[in-house]
Write a protein that binds this ligand. Structure first.
Ligand code: HSE
Length: 418
């Protein structure tokens, strides 16, 4: 098959944009070149000559010689405007903007259909891990039961550094920012929002479920405190921010983002630093595990390059799971096995939210409850008592419906002194 010549208009020249520029120059096999780069900040010094740049988006969008727009800016609203205009003018688009894709999934789907133009976004989900294309192409027939993973590099970096190297949270976050892992607004990372956007993309390609951000519960790592760290260390566990989606007993799909205690028998235990890891489980193949760098200039640029390469062969997502219309719906009616750290005086009221309690502990200031709770009640607690609490999922997710507890993991009542 002959490769198309690709004339690229690039939006954004930050960490990933410059990474792409460099990687593209080291990939001569690609029949692709960057014709123009549109940037916002006129005063900024840039490492390549000024004639590569424009400050007017129409220099790309109205340029008929440019047939591919690569959008690598971090403003999701401006990105949506650019991507929409590019698709409407018949240009193929590559984007790494998970927030934009998650917020406008349905509109972007319709635009692609309406204008017959591909939009590829492998870099938007787990950077260097080719998870979207695998979900689209490889998991075409074998029915997926679950997708679970560490999908945010910054939080994994922070958790690794604070946990294993005793770095302060602020220092670890600063390092993640300096290394170009974190979002401009790092709350998107630490609050689990970025992981949620990626989970939404995974849900569409794994299960054919279209969502908006408000559909999915996300809880980040900001509240993790000493008590949880000590609890984890004493039990030989690590804490990871995990996004997960799994089929429930009545063929619905539960999905959420929560920090999770992982033991050394969990594949995610070894996924440290800026790495991401995704575990898929299917009916026939059982589990498979993908791992790779989840943020940073070159790992992200590698996925963008792969999309550009795919465009040169006219590849587009067929959204096979959406087409297959399996009729799967999102379902938040599940029970979770969690650790909840709380203020001492809120212990009593918080117990009333739990279905069952396996272990609890209290000292002069705070305590924790470990037990089974519905996702809905957990949401109520985080809405009402959020600032005073910290929630961490136990390793065994209760993959069963409300009221069916036969898979509940056995707990040991080993209340230590914290
Ligand atoms: N801030 C994101 C992360 C960048 O840390 O994973 C890659 O999507």
């Amino acid at each position: 098959m002959e490769r198309k010549n690709l004339n690229i208009g690039l939006f954004g020249f930050g960490c990933v944009g410059y990474g792409l520029y460099e990687v593209l120059h080291k990939t001569p096999s690609l029949n692709a070149q960057i014709s123009k780069i549109c940037v916002k900040n006129k005063g900024k010094q840039r490492p390549i000559s000024a004639d590569n740049f424009t400050f007017d988006k129409d220099d790309i969008l109205l340029n008929e010689d440019i047939n591919v727009v690569v959008e690598l800016i971090d403003d999701a609203d401006a990105a949506f405007e650019i991507v929409t205009a590019a698709i409407k003018s018949g240009k193929a688009v590559v984007s790494a903007n998970k927030k934009m894709i998650a917020e406008h999934f349905e509109e972007l789907l319709l635009l692609q259909q309406q204008y017959g133009v591909p939009l590829l976004y492998e870099a938007a989900c787990c950077a260097s891990i080719p998870i979207i294309r695998n979900l689209e192409e490889y998991y075409d027939n074998d029915l997926l039961e679950s997708v679970e993973g560490i999908v945010n590099g910054s939080t994994n970096y922070i958790l690794t550094k604070t946990f294993a190297e005793n770095l302060s949270y602020a220092n670890a976050l600063q390092q993640a920012q300096e290394k170009g892992y974190a979002e401009s607004n790092p709350i998107l990372d630490t609050g689990g929002f970025d992981a949620k956007y990626k989970l939404q993309i995974l849900l569409a390609h794994a299960f054919g479920i279209k969502t908006i951000p408000a559909d999915i519960f996300n809880y980040g790592i900001d509240n993790i405190g000493e008590l949880e760290l000590k609890y984890a260390k004493e039990k030989g566990l690590k804490i990871k921010l995990v996004a997960q989606a799994f089929k429930t007993a009545d063929n619905k799909v539960a999905a959420f983002v929560l920090p999770k205690f992982v033991s050394n028998t969990n594949k995610l235990y070894q996924v440290d630093d800026v790495f991401n890891g995704v575990i898929t489980k299917t009916c026939f193949a059982d589990t498979q595990f993908f791992v790779g760098k989840g943020a940073g200039a070159y790992p992200t640029a590698s996925a963008v390059i792969s999309d550009i390469s795919a465009l040169s062969y006219d590849y587009k997502y067929e959204y096979k799971k959406l087409q297959q219309q399996q009729g799967l719906e999102l379902d938040n009616n599940v029970l979770l096995n969690v650790f909840l750290r709380h203020k001492k005086e809120e212990a009593l009221v918080l117990t009333t939210y739990f279905d069952s309690i396996e272990e609890s502990y209290l000292n002069n200031e705070q305590g924790y409850i470990s037990g089974v709770i519905s996702l809905k009640n957990l949401q109520k607690i985080t809405n009402t008592y959020g600032a005073n609490t910290s929630v961490i999922l136990h390793d065994a997710v209760l993959n069963y419906e409300l009221g069916e507890n036969e898979n509940a993991p056995a707990f040991t009542n080993t209340a230590a002194v914290y």
